[in-house]
Design a protein around this ligand. Structure first.
Ligand code: COA
Length: 168
């Protein structure tokens, strides 16, 4: 796996107000969510219903990971006074298992050092995401079941794991 810090320069905030950016984000999201739907055995996976127009209306902020000028992964989030909620984390299936999601999850700490609480939700059956989140220090706060019958874990951590930072 590549070191997440080596990826820092590939990550930049992007805006869905730009049609071409929104189209790239939509395409990556659809590809990753198609994989996730298969992994959790869900035929009607709500994130796959998101249209390009709905994405463009999103109030969230987006961090894109670019390779050769194309967005291949992204994290979206919503900020409140002291908390940061991760609302989407997707990596193009062709680019998975290279440490990109780890780098994207570490990046907001550099941008928002005052956010003291971080939250993320994922399907309980989504082993890759659960393993990733737990590895980065998130713990399950509570669980719910969606209208589609998907069991969701809501994870939190006091502060995101600081990749590569020395704690002397
Ligand atoms: C989950 C997801 C974001 C991970 O992206 P990624 O860039 O491949 O993740 P990383 O390379 O940073 O992986 C870090 C760790 O997460 C875990 N992990 C990631 N993918 C995994 C998989 N397919 N199976 C098991 N563990 C996995 C491993 O612990 C991995 O460390 P390792 O490669 O050293 O074993 C990606 O698989 C994805 O986009 N999935 C579809 C959408 C989704 O599930 N989003 C998350 C919802 S919150």
């Amino acid at each position: 796996m590549n070191k997440p810090d080596a990826f820092t320069e590939s990550i930049a905030e992007v805006s869905v107000a730009h049609a071409s950016v929104a189209a790239e984000i939509h395409a990556v999201s659809q590809a990753a969510y198609t994989l996730e739907a298969k992994q959790i055995g869900c035929a009607d996976f709500p994130p796959l219903r998101e249209s390009l127009a709905q994405l463009q209306q999103s109030p969230d902020r987006f961090l894109g990971f670019q390779q050769s000028g194309r967005i291949v992964a992204l994290l979206s989030f919503a900020c409140s006074a002291d908390a940061l909620a991760i609302t989407r984390l997707v990596v193009d299936p062709a680019f998975q298992r290279q440490g990109i999601a780890t780098a994207l999850l570490a990046d907001p700490e550099r941008r928002f050092p005052l956010a003291s609480r971080w939250t993320v939700s994922t399907a309980a059956r989504n082993q890759p995401a659960v393993q990733l989140d737990q590895r980065l220090g998130f713990t399950t706060a509570h669980a719910t079941t969606s209208a589609e019958g998907i069991r969701l874990l809501h994870l939190t951590k006091a502060r995101i794991w600081n990749v590569g930072k020395k704690t002397s």
